[in-house]
Ligand binder design. Sequence first.
Ligand code: 13P
Length: 360
Amino acid sequence: FFKQKTAYEIHERLVGSEMCIRDRNNIEEIASYIVSDGKGILAADESNPTCGKRFDTIGVENIESNRRDYREMLFRASGLKQNIGGVILFDETLRQDAKDGTPLIDIMNAAGALPGIKVDKGLVPISEGSDEVITQGLDGLNDRLKEYAAIGAKFTKWRAVIKIGNDMPTDQCIDGNADALAEYAKLAQNNGLVPIVEPEILMDGGHTIEQSFNASSRALASLFKSLKSKGVNLKGVLLKPSMVTPGSEATLKASIEDVASMTLKSLKENVPAEVPGITFLSGGQTEVEATQHLDAMNKMGGFSWKLSFSYGRALQAGALKAWSGDAGNIFIAQDILSHRAKMNNLAAQGEWSIDQEEEF
Ligand code: 13P
């Protein structure tokens, strides 16, 4: 009881209006709150075109009111409370009201989940004709961050994409993306917003788990070098990495233990202890796989950061399918999301087991 009460008191203070947004402790407190007590992040920041791809799978038209109804259904799920510390949003959703006129961010705040915003502007080839990409969005970022903070966002996300393949990733791709991530992180902190830095190693391809380990380690080493050189406060940052897995088309699959131990090895060798939390992306893993891997790492232990989740598809897939655009399915869809949020909360504390899935 007291533990929960404290978490709610902290949340109340974090969304309180008199808080000084440039307070250094504030960003540290926001970052720690998001990953406290097994909480993690619901990534619901699909851009409108990506949302369209998800809606295509359930035959729902990609229009603003449908996107609102879908997100409103997610944010009103009872399982956000105690399991979700933050929700990452796309620009449209941060500004959107529920059907009854309540701002969607008020709904998540009432559940104890802080609103966050994706601030990057997508990917462009790193040089003409290259398969590698760099994330854009630094132009005008400072002004956008100020506006987002004024609307009520507490944290931000920037995603870099790194591919494995012939001669990829190059140092140019790794270092260029690390630099942009660090530049963004500094600006976010200057505006009182916690930056989530996301260097995603794509699962696409037939690469081995060792190749994934190498790419991940190089990307993390370069990222923390850039963050430090730009003077980013590591206590006010969350890292959103991919897990170290074989490529989705690899012939050699890896066990849960291999993925967990190689991911942990890469993180332990490269992520400073001051970072309060590491929140994984799911990157194409199934819902239960993503939970299982997270739980296995927390059972192994031996690290000081909180190891938690920031899943998009691995939190939403079942709920999206159950909803299918029909208001009559809202409760079952919410139950499915609430269950996944609870399972991942347990996994973030190393307390998940497969029986808890079957009880549902
Ligand atoms: P997935 O968990 O579906 O990979 O999405 C997380 C995310 O925010 C990717 O940027």
